[in-house]
Design a protein around this ligand. Structure first.
Ligand code: PLP
Length: 400
């Protein structure tokens, strides 16, 4: 009965992972995958997470029965506090409803479905370019996708004017997806004063913000600082959605831990919204998994562990910043044609290198370096041993 189905090719990033795993070269280098790795390109686990896992194994009070549809109440409360701040008036006034979801992806997907069912405007604006899966999450829910200008290839920076113009010409009520920090794939974020201008425009035009926070802490090294602009949006009393992911910030990728928060005008609305979110989640997957949320809640509620985690986040960020500097210096030392200052200016895991698809293909063929054809480099996959090799490859590629 399924004989009529055409074969759908792998999405490019997964096709690249398959090609990488089949490459027998001992020098192969995967800069495409969007995860934080060790300097040797190996999977990275946070010490605080290992410590909590040991505690949980020995904790006789833990259980594996089903969680409620909305997940662990404690995890939800702590997640809202992490992104909105301990003193957030909206939390104190019970205007925020938070549900545990299957990582950032699941939070975006549940949020998209909720908006498609209950929000009057069915168009969502996202940055050009954006994380590829964003299109899939929102179009699967039936929302129409539009883009706003974001990245300026001329400066390898933010097209702030273009962004404001496009948001200004969006119809009132449209949803706007905003990446909270460490923009994927470009590595380009607005500054705080620019965010304030964006906030004013969004509120003045009655646009509806949906924040995607997958890298909190990995820009400044400080968890509160990276959430500052979202807090501006909540402090103004307006509504918004926030998707949070613990994949990168706690290294919990495969545990699928995340949260969706909806900031409402009143506590009564927030409680109605929560009841409606249950109707979205129940027919999708009934309830979320327990283990990853237990790890997160244990860390967030314990002062010492929170401190240990903050220090690890800072160390991860410092390494990203130092790797950017190493790559920049290596290209300068080789006299590689071009201005590579954007590598240092960009933030978070990614850098839109400016390499074109031919150059990327050349580096793949000659140097066994794997990255998407848009030239996005995952800085977290590099270390002192691999930076020189990448610099050699870039140098050769731009000279072909
Ligand atoms: N949002 C952004 C901007 C991302 O870069 C990612 C992953 O790369 C996600 C969301 C989803 O990640 P996850 O589902 O693992 O939390």
């Amino acid at each position: 009965v399924f004989a009529h189905l055409p074969h759908i090719p792998e999405v490019p990033i997964y096709a690249m992972m398959v090609a990488f795993s089949r490459d027998p070269s001992p020098l192969k280098l995967n800069l495409g995958i969007g995860v934080y790795r060790t300097e040797d390109g190996k999977p990275f686990q946070l010490n605080v997470v290992r410590r909590v896992e040991r505690l949980l194994v020995n904790d006789r009070s833990t259980f594996k029965e089903y969680l409620p549809i909305t997940g662990t109440a404690e995890f939800n409360r702590l997640s809202a506090k992490l992104i909105l701040g301990a003193d957030c008036p909206a939390i104190k006034e019970n205007r925020v409803t938070t549900v545990q979801c299957l990582s950032g992806s699941g939070s975006l997907r549940v949020g998209a479905e909720f908006l498609a069912n209950h929000y009057h405007h069915h168009t969502i604006y996202m940055s050009q370019p954006t994380y590829a899966a964003h299109l899939a999450f929102f179009s699967a829910a039936g929302l129409a996708i539009k883009t706003y200008r974001y990245y300026d290839p001329g400066t390898c920076g933010l097209d702030f004017q273009g962004m404001l113009e496009d948001l200004l010409s969006a119809p009132s009520g449209a949803i706007v997806l905003l990446q909270a920090c460490a923009h994927n794939p470009t590595g380009v974020d607005p500054t705080l004063p620019q965010w304030e201008q964006i906030r004013q425009l969004i509120r003045a035009k009655g646009l509806f913000p949906f924040f995607d926070s997958a890298y909190q802490g990995l820009v400044s090294g400080n968890l509160d600082e990276d959430a500052q602009f979202i807090r501006l949006f909540v402090a103004d009393g307006g509504e918004c959605l926030i998707a949070q992911s613990y994949s990168k910030i706690m290294g919990l990728y495969g545990e699928r831990v995340g949260a969706l928060s909806i900031v409402c005008k009143t506590a009564e609305v927030a409680s109605h919204v929560e009841s409606q979110l249950k109707l979205v989640i129940r027919p999708m997957y009934s309830s979320p998994p327990i283990h990853g949320a237990s790890i997160v809640a244990t860390i967030l509620k314990d002062r010492d562990m929170y401190e240990e985690w903050s220090i690890e986040v800072k160390a991860m960020t410092d390494r990203l910043i130092s790797t950017r500097r190493q790559l920049f210096d290596a290209l300068r030392d080789r006299g590689t044609p071009g201005d590579w200052g954007h590598i240092i200016r960009h933030v978070g895991l990614f850098t839109f290198s400016g390499l074109n698809p031919e150059q990327v293909a050349f580096m793949n063929k000659e140097y066994h370096i794997y990255m998407p054809s848009d030239g996005r480099i995952n800085m977290a996959a590099l270390g002192p041993k691999t930076v020189p090799r990448l610099a050699d490859a870039i140098h050769a590629a731009v000279n072909i």
